[in-house]
Design a protein around this ligand. Structure first.
Ligand SMILES: Nc1ncnc2c1ncn2[C@@H]1O[C@H](COP(=O)(O)OP(=O)(O)O)[C@@H](O)[C@H]1O
Ligand SMILES: CC(=O)OP(=O)(O)O
Ligand SMILES: [Mg+2]
Length: 404
C-alpha cells in the first residue's frame, strides 16, 4: 500500500480532511478519500467518499447545533484511525489560518512553532484553536509522525506594502498590526487551476471570490495576490455567515460606550452574531436564507450581494481593471442565484452572464460577448496542503527550509 499524507482543514463551520496517496514524483499525490464534517454550529453532517465517489460514511447529529468543534474533531480522528490504515502515513498536513509575521511559508510543527501559533489565536478565534488542537491530539497519538502547518496568510506575502498597511500610527505596524489576508491556500489552488483552464486570463487581472461560511475576495495579477478583502484578522472585508466584515470603527466604539459591551462581548457579537445571521435573525447559512421568504432573510441576501459587488469593484481598482472573476467555496460553487445577482451588479465593468450556463453550474458562466469572463472553479485547499506538506517534508530531510 503506498505511503500517504493526511490533510486537515478546519474552517469556521467545517472540518475537512483528505487522505492523499503519494504518487511517484516528490510532491505528487492523489486524494483517495475525502470527507468533512460540515454545518458545525447549525446541523453537523459527516460525509466521506472514496476516489470513485462511493460513500464510505454518512452521519448526522439531530439537534447538534451546540456540538463543539472539539467533540466533532474527536469523532473525526477516531474515524480516520479506524478506517484509513494510518500506519502508512508519512505526515499530517494542517491548514493554519494565521501565520502572522512568524511564517512566510509552510513549517514543520515543533513545540516552538506550536507555541508561536498559539499567540495568534486571539487574531483568529474561530479558526486558530481548531487548527492547533488536532496537532496536539496527533502528537500525543503518534509522537514520531511529522506534521506540517500550511498557512492561509502565506500566499498574500506578495501584496505590495500599500495594500498591507493599516492607516494607524506607524508604531503599530512595527509590531505586526497590518493586513495579512486569509484563504490563501484556496487562492493558490484557484490560481493554478485557472492557469490550466484559461492561461491568458490567469496572466491578467482576476478577482477570486471565496464565498464560504468565511468569505473573502482576492485580487490576482498573473496568479499572485495584489490585494485581498480580509486584513489583520478574518473579520475584515465581506460580510459572512456570522461575521460582520468591514464595519465603521465608530460603530464598535458606540457598542462599547453606549451599550457598555466588554471587549469579549464585542468579539462574540462580531464573530458569532453578525453577518447573515445577524441581519436575517434566522441563520448564517445561505441555504436557509435562500429558502426563506421573510423580509429580513431577503435583506440579508441583498446586503451580502451588495457588499460582494462593492468589494469586487474595489479590487478591480487595485488591479487597474478587470478581466475575469472566479467564484469558489460553498456559496460560490453552489448558489447560482448569488452568482447571478453579483454579476448583475458588476455589469458596469463589462460582465455579461450566461444565465443557462450559470444555472447548470458550468465552469464558464459569462456570455461569449462578455468583456469580463466569469468562472466557477471548485476549490481544493486539501490538495495544496498535501503538496506543501510533501515539499516541506522533503526539504526537512535534506536539511533545507522549504520554499513556499
Ligand atoms: N447549495 C448551497 N446554496 C447556498 N449556499 C450554500 C450551498 N452549499 C453550501 N452553501 C454555503 O456554504 C457554506 C459553507 O462553505 P465552506 O466553504 O464549506 O465553509 P467553511 O468556511 O466552513 O470552509 C455554508 O455555510 C453555506 O452557507
Ligand atoms: C479564514 C476563514 O474565514 O476561513 P473559513 O472560510 O474556512 O472559515
Ligand atoms: Mg473554508
Amino acid at each position: 500500500m503506498p505511503d500517504a499524507v493526511l490533510t486537515l482543514n478546519a474552517g469556521s463551520s467545517s472540518l475537512k480532511f483528505a487522505l492523499h496517496e503519494i504518487a511517484g514524483a516528490a510532491e505528487a499525490s492523489r486524494a483517495v478519500v475525502r470527507g468533512a464534517i460540515e454545518g458545525i454550529g447549525t446541523a453537523p453532517h459527516f460525509l466521506a467518499h472514496d476516489a470513485a465517489g462511493a460513500m464510505l460514511e454518512e452521519r448526522r447529529w439531530p439537534d447538534g447545533a451546540a456540538l463543539p468543534h472539539e467533540a466533532l474533531l474527536d469523532t473525526l480522528l477516531a474515524w480516520v484511525e479506524a478506517h484509513l490504515c494510518t500506519e502508512r502515513l508519512v505526515a499530517v498536513g494542517h491548514r493554519v489560518v494565521h501565520g502572522g509575521d512568524l511564517h512566510a511559508g509552510p513549517a514543520l510543527v515543533t513545540p516552538v512553532v506550536l507555541a508561536g501559533l498559539e499567540t495568534l489565536s486571539p487574531l483568529a478565534p474561530l479558526h486558530q484553536p481548531h487548527n492547533l488542537a488536532p496537532m496536539r491530539a496527533i502528537a500525543a497519538l503518534r509522537p514520531g509522525l511529522p506534521q506540517v502547518a500550511c498557512f492561509d496568510t502565506a500566499f498574500h506575502r506578495t501584496m505590495p506594502a500599500v495594500a498591507a498597511r493599516l492607516p494607524l500610527p506607524r508604531r503599530f505596524a512595527e509590531e505586526g498590526v497590518r493586513r495579512y489576508g486569509f484563504h490563501g491556500l484556496s487562492y493558490e489552488y484557484i490560481a493554478e487551476r485557472l492557469r490550466e483552464a484559461a492561461p491568458d486570463l490567469a496572466a491578467g487581472r482576476v478577482v477570486a471570490a471565496h464565498l464560504g461560511n468565511g468569505a473573502s475576495l482576492c485580487a490576482l495579477r498573473d496568479g499572485r495576490s495584489l490585494d485581498t478583502t480580509m486584513g489583520f484578522t478574518a473579520l475584515d472585508g465581506l460580510m459572512m455567515g456570522t461575521r460582520s466584515g468591514s464595519l465603521d470603527p465608530g460603530a464598535v466604539l458606540h457598542l462599547q460606550q453606549r451599550h457598555g459591551l466588554s471587549a469579549a462581548q464585542v468579539e462574540h457579537l462580531l464573530y458569532h452574531e453578525s453577518g447573515l445571521r445577524g441581519v436575517s435573525g434566522l441563520s448564517g447559512d445561505m441555504r436557509d436564507l435562500l429558502a426563506s421568504d421573510t423580509a429580513a432573510a431577503r435583506e440579508a441576501v441583498e446586503l451580502f450581494v451588495f457588499r460582494l459587488a462593492r468589494e469586487a469593484s474595489a479590487l478591480a481598482a487595485s488591479l487597474g481593471g478587470l478581466d475575469g472573476i472566479v467564484f469558489t467555496a460553498g456559496i460560490g460553487e453552489h448558489a447560482p442565484a448569488i452568482r447571478a445577482a453579483a454579476c448583475e451588479r458588476l455589469a458596469w465593468l463589462g460582465l455579461v452572464l450566461d444565465p443557462a450556463a450559470n444555472a447548470r453550474g458550468e465552469m464558464v458562466i459569462s456570455a461569449p460577448s462578455s468583456r469580463v469572463r466569469a468562472l466557477v472553479i471548485p476549490t481544493n485547499e486539501e490538495a495544496m496542503i498535501a503538496r506543501h506538506t510533501l515539499r516541506t517534508l522533503a526539504a526537512s530531510r535534506q536539511g533545507e527550509p522549504a520554499s513556499a
